[in-house]
Design a protein around this ligand. Structure first.
Ligand SMILES: [Fe+2]
Length: 336
């Protein structure tokens, strides 16, 4: 005879809640992200699973995976790349009052496909022993005869330069921007090589006097204590240049959107909202020398010491729309 089981019944598999996760495809390359994700896990109990890749690998991976992609959040360090992700259909629109409140309109996609989360300015780093600040007040000044053979800049394959050129096309049109790119090429101290930090190290070695770099790289250089970078630190000063006729410095964002085929959409939105919060914005600022996007959160003191950043108010969605054109113009100018 079968007796009814007594005591607690074993839990059925479907009663055990699945662990909460969010899968992030990222081509940000900063250690601070580990802390941000750990803070998010601690706050929400949602585990972040990270897939790192460089930007082009990420785009081709998303294309190859299609609807089978595991990506819930796509995180990149350039608004132009976010625009390309939108154009390729890798993102989906998300309405979030939190994100609308925390992220200024020009730093997010008009169709709500992506949101800027941390900002950087593309600025002029210069040798303060050789250059007068008045000589580096505009981007156009870099093309002056004064800087022939003195300009250091990375390659045209780099998204930060592509986005600066895209912003110029948006403001001035193709012809004038082509002229500027030709002026940049004519003044190069050497063929482009290395990243932004390498350009500043080259200034320290006396290989040039001016460089186009992202603001956070200067902040990191100045707070670095390694002796190898001492000469560059000793030489370095910073200008927030404007484009002639416009009052602001070119800015770009790291930002994120929810992947088109996200399986954990709610968790994805929670993560992006978290990254726009005061606590996370302070981590971007203090831990990675990025400007917070959220109004009212202060930049790191090292950046504040450079002066007041007045941003170009161009909608960054333009950077993706004009990315292909920017690459063509740079190629035509001979920018390697
Ligand atoms: Fe970078």
């Amino acid at each position: 005879m079968l007796l009814p089981a007594c005591g607690p019944q074993p839990q059925r598999v479907e009663d055990v809640p699945a662990p909460q996760v969010v899968n992030v495809y990222s081509h940000r390359h900063y250690d601070v992200d580990k802390k941000l994700f750990a803070d998010f896990e601690q706050t929400t109990g949602i585990a972040v699973q990270l897939i790192d890749a460089d930007d082009d690998q990420l785009l081709s991976r998303l294309a190859a995976e299609g609807a089978n992609s595991q990506a819930d959040v796509i995180l990149t360090s350039d608004a132009g790349r976010l625009g390309l992700c939108k154009q390729a259909g890798f993102l989906q629109p998300v309405r979030s009052p939190v994100l609308d409140a925390n992220v200024p309109a020009h730093l997010r996609d008009v169709d709500h496909n992506w949101y800027g989360l941390s900002m950087r300015a593309r600025v002029i780093a210069y040798d303060k022993n050789k250059v007068d600040p008045k000589e580096v007040a505009t981007y156009e000044a870099l093309t002056a005869q004064r800087f022939k053979g003195k300009l250091l800049v990375r390659s045209s394959e780099n998204t930060y330069n592509q986005s600066l050129v895209a912003a110029m096309i948006a403001h001035f049109g193709r012809e004038k921007t082509l002229g500027w790119c030709k002026g940049i090429v004519a003044n190069m101290a050497r063929d482009p090589k290395g990243g932004d930090t390498d350009q500043m190290l080259a200034i320290g070695e006396g290989l040039g006097e001016v460089a186009l770099v992202n603001s956070y790289y200067i902040g990191k250089l100045l707070t670095d204590t390694t002796t190898a970078k001492q000469k560059a630190r000793d030489a370095m000063a910073v200008s927030y240049p404007v484009m002639n006729g416009f009052s602001g410095t070119h800015v770009n964002v790291s930002g994120a959107g929810v992947a088109r085929h996200a399986k954990n959409k709610e968790n994805a939105i929670k993560l992006i909202e978290f990254l726009s919060s005061d606590a996370a914005q302070r981590v971007f600022a203090e831990g990675n020398m990025e400007f917070p996007v959220k109004p009212g959160v202060a930049a790191a003191p090292t950046l504040q010491a450079f002066g007041t950043l007045v941003q170009d108010s161009l909608a960054l969605a333009k950077l993706g729309e004009l990315n292909v054109e920017a690459m063509k113009v740079m190629g035509e100018a001979g920018w390697k």
